[in-house]
Structure formats: C-alpha cells, structure tokens
Design a protein around this ligand. Structure first.
Ligand code: NAP
Ligand code: GDD
Length: 348
C-alpha cells in the first residue's frame, strides 16, 4: 500500500512534535514546515531523527512561513500531501494583544493561504485539511458547557483571528468541496508545552522552588478556569477528524475545569509542598511550610480582556470519532512534573 504523506505547518511546536511522532508510528511520511530562527527552534522534534520510525528518511523539514504566500504555495505544490495539518500560529493569547496585526496575518490569513494553495494547485480532491481551532473562540462564553453549536464570542486578537480561520475553513469546504475540518480544541498541555503558558510555568517554577533554584512564582489571574487535557490525546483526535467519512467540526476537551489556583494546589501537593493562601485579587499570595512567600500576583500577567471560564462538551467526537482520551488532569500533572524532575536529576 502507498504510504500516506502528511504536511504539518507548525511542526516545531508542542502539537507538531506529538503529531509527527503519532503519524510516523502510523507509517506516514511526514513533511514539516519550520521557520528560520536565529536560535534553535527544533528541540521538540530533534529526537525524532534518532527514532527508529524515521530511519527511512520519512521525516523531512522545509523552511517556510504561513505569512509568506509563495513559500506556502511552493511547498504544497511540491509535496502534494494527502493531509495537511495547520498548527502554525502565534498561539499566545496575551502576546496577541501586543502583536495583533501579526497574529491576524499568521493565524487568520495563514489558514486562507494554505486553503488557497490547495485550490490553486487543483488538490481539492486529494488533500485533506485540518485547522487548529480553539476554545478561545468561545471567549466570554454564551453557553455552558461549550459544544460545536455554541456561538463564538472571542475576547482577544488571537481568538478573533482563529474565528476567521474557522469560518474560512468551513467556506472552502462548502464552496470548493475540500475535505476541510476544524478542531475546536480546549487547552492541552504536556512536558513539551511552551514555557510561558501557565501550566508549564507553574510546574517548572514549583520544581525549581523545591530544589532551591528559584524563590518565587509570579502569576496573573488565579481565578480563571480552564479545561486542561493532554496534547498526546488531542493530536490523535486531529488525525481521527481527517479519517472520518466526511469533513466536519469537532470540540475536543475533558469536560472538567479547574482554576489556576486549583492547578497550583494540585502541583504543589504532588511535590509534597504545603501551601497557605492569604489575601484576595492582586494581593493574593501563597506561603510554604517555612512561611516563605512563594506565589505572588503581578499586574503584568493580567490581560486587557480575560476569558474567565472554559469547559467543553466532547460528546460528538466521542460518539462519531470514537475518540477516547487516555489522560486526566492528574496523569497530565504527573507527566509534566516527572519531565522537570528528570531535568533536575540530570543537572546533578
Ligand atoms: P505552539 O507550541 O506555540 O506551536 C506553534 C507552532 O507554529 C510552532 O511550530 C511555531 O514555530 C509555528 N509558527 C508560528 N508562527 C508561524 C508562522 N508565521 N509560519 C509558520 N509557522 C509558524 O502551539 P501548540 O500548543 O503546539 O498549538 C498548535 C496549534 O493549535 C496552534 O495553532 C494553536 O493556536 C492551536 N491550539 C492550541 C491549543 C493548546 O492548548 N495548546 C488549544 C487550541 C488550539 P516556532 O517554533 O518557530 O515558533
Ligand atoms: N500565560 C499565563 N501566565 N497565564 C496566566 C498567568 C501567567 O502567569 N497567570 C494566570 N494566567 C491565566 C491567564 O490569564 C488565562 O486565563 C489562563 O491562565 C491560561 O493562560 P495560558 O496558559 O496562557 O493559556 P490560554 O488559555 O490563554 O491559551 C491557551 O489555550 C488556548 C485554548 O483555549 C493557548 O494554548 C492558546 O493557543 C489556545 O488556543
């Protein structure tokens, strides 16, 4: 049987790394698009070159950028993939307030550029397309829990850009019959999570504090609630969407939510650290057993507009895609902590 070819935009990110591994294990040839960067940006995928699954040169990287029409078009034309996964994005919500125009260019028009390339090169019948949509599109939520029928109400330049990408994907599906599906994925984390997202920041900081390498963790809004899953489970859902009999849109989530404060409490408990909390709002603090203040709030980590609460309903994906997540919040935290502890051991 002919090997399937996948093309991943955003291959160097958290999901790009998990998805590459997943597809290589399934026997795909995986092409990935990476950006030129002055410092290394392939740490998450470097190990794949040593992986037995990629020995036959079935993991190939190309330079490209979703803000650069010609590079997108050239790569799509050259590879003519069976499946394209558009994971490329300026994915940090807080940063999107600082670079709103770039975020729109990459996250909204980037999706359009890929869809246009599929159409322009006559690949409508061959190439399936996955768009990395997000629960941030629900923003100030209009329904609890959120599902595929919940209206979008985004609260950040990132959320707004992703809403465009969602609807242009639906539009190209309807207008040109492209097999184009939207995943609406709630927050998903892992040991490979970017260090400025709150889960990784908390796990890393509390491990550092435990080993005396950091004094304090500074955070923003402790009351925000998120529905956190594991990236390993979520990339499987992306693939399942493109194997389904028709293109469609699917919510992927756990259906459970926790506040940032809850998350800090859970991590500190696993690390055997007892926290005592005092104060409210920006003055809220947590102290350890030795009465040292180890968690404090800082205004700079609050956002100009906040998404207070997200909790999803993945019944459709569970029923139609038979998607079954392996992880829960506890195994996610365990996985993230053991990765950090290994780093501390190796440092020793
Ligand atoms: P991530 O770790 O930030 O990875 C983003 C990837 O996109 C990186 O490979 C990055 O390259 C690349 N990229 C950024 N701008 C680009 C550009 N202009 N051209 C080409 N590539 C570009 O994000 P993630 O957590 O893996 O998420 C993957 C996708 O799912 C993103 O689109 C994100 O918005 C979306 N999403 C994520 C979550 C979540 O909770 N993780 C939830 C819903 C949706 P560099 O390595 O060079 O920066
Ligand atoms: N990053 C960060 N840093 N967030 C903090 C901090 C902090 O110090 N303190 C509190 N928070 C709060 C944020 O205000 C937000 O309410 C919540 O923690 C989660 O923030 P992030 O981890 O940055 O994730 P996000 O929910 O904004 O966005 C992530 O999930 C989206 C899916 O809903 C990103 O991965 C997006 O790309 C993704 O689409």
């Amino acid at each position: 049987m002919k090997k399937k070819i996948a093309l991943i935009f955003g291959v160097t990110g958290q999901d790009g790394a998990y998805l590459s591994r997943f597809l290589l294990k399934k026997g795909y040839t995986v092409h990935g698009v990476k950006r030129r960067s002055s410092s290394l940006n392939t740490q998450r995928i470097d190990h794949i070159y040593q992986d037995p699954y990629s020995k036959k040169r079935n993991f190939i990287l190309h330079y490209g950028d979703v803000t650069d029409t010609l590079s997108v078009s050239t790569i799509v034309k050259k590879i003519k993939p069976d499946e394209i996964y558009n994971l490329a994005a300026q994915s940090h919500v807080a940063v999107s307030f600082e670079v709103p125009e770039y975020t729109g260019n990459a996250d909204a028009i980037g999706a359009l550029r890929i869809l246009e390339s599929i159409k322009f090169h006559g690949l409508e019948k061959k190439t399936k397309f996955y768009q990395a949509g997000t629960s941030e599109m629900f923003g100030k939520v209009l329904q609890v829990p959120q599902n595929e029928l919940t209206s979008f109400n985004p609260k950040s330049p990132y959320g707004v850009a992703k809403v465009y990408a969602h609807w242009i994907t639906v539009n190209y599906r309807e207008a040109y019959n492209i097999f184009a599906s939207n995943g609406i994925l709630f927050n998903h984390e892992s040991p490979l999570r970017g260090e400025t997202f709150v889960t990784k920041k908390v796990v890393k900081a509390l491990c550092n504090i435990k080993f005396g390498k950091q004094k304090k963790l500074f955070v923003g809004n402790l009351n925000a609630k998120r529905d956190w899953g594991h990236a390993e489970d979520y990339v499987q859902a992306m693939w399942k969407m493109l194997q389904f009999k028709r293109p469609d849109d699917f919510v992927i989530c756990t259906g459970k939510q926790y506040s940032i404060r809850d998350f800090i409490k859970m991590v500190s408990k696993v690390l055997g650290m007892k926290l005592r909390w005092t104060g409210k709002g920006i003055n809220e603090k947590a102290f350890d057993e030795n009465n040292r203040c180890i968690v404090e709030c800082r205004k700079k980590y609050f956002r100009p507009a906040e998404v207070d609460t997200l909790i999803g309903d993945a019944s459709k994906a569970k029923k139609l895609l038979k998607w079954k997540p392996k992880h829960n919040i506890h195994s996610l935290i365990k996985d993230m902590i053991s990765y950090e502890l290994d780093i501390h051991k190796n440092d020793k």
